[in-house]
Design a protein around this ligand. Structure first.
Ligand code: ZN
Length: 177
């Protein structure tokens, strides 16, 4: 039997959420151990009813994020299969729109809180896919928001640092990232 494990979620005040994460070399990305870890992150994300997860949230300070396929709908053409959950290594935002939008966010690593966060509505991103392919793409709206939230995690930044306003929240209604 090959059951995929879920990983324990790191929450505040764990210091690993505040550290700068390290980029991964191609040979590490392609290692079966790393591929399995990324898959376990996807399983963990769904297990905790999230739509995105960054490696520091499961205690590893490496530049790896996963995003659920539900966040990929209604995007312009993307250079990967939108029917599969996205796994991005070394994601980087290369361009931001002037336009921004304020919406509610929550975070699996900040349980019990939600807040209003201003994010750019459109961004350009470069990343490496799990098969080692380097891609560039643009993301907008919800996908862009989730990407900005997850990439912030890789830089030790949490949504509460950016929130205009936060409140106690029992996270039954909003998807946390
Ligand atoms: Zn988060």
């Amino acid at each position: 039997m090959n059951m995929k494990q879920t990983l324990p979620i790191v929450t505040l005040p764990d210091i690993r959420l505040r550290e700068l994460s390290t980029p991964l070399a191609l040979e590490h990305i392609l290692e079966p151990k790393m591929q399995r870890f990324a898959e376990e992150m996807v399983v963990t994300m769904y297990d905790d009813d999230g739509i995105g997860l960054a490696a520091p949230q499961v205690g590893r300070n490496i530049r790896l994020i996963v995003i659920g396929k539900d966040a990929l709908v209604e995007q312009a053409t993307l250079p990967f299969d939108i029917k599969t959950d996205a796994i991005f290594f070394n994601p980087e935002i290369t361009e931001y729109s002037w336009k921004s939008e304020i919406e509610e966010e929550g975070c699996l690593s900040v349980p019990g809180l939600a807040g209003l966060v201003e994010r750019h509505t459109k961004i350009s991103v470069s990343a490496i896919l799990r098969d080692g392919t380097a891609v560039k793409f643009s993301a907008r709206d919800y996908f862009a928001r989730v990407l900005q939230h997850e990439i912030d995690h890789l830089n030790g930044i949490l949504f509460i640092d950016r929130a205009k306003e936060t409140w106690k929240h029992d996270r039954k209604h909003t998807k946390a990232v």
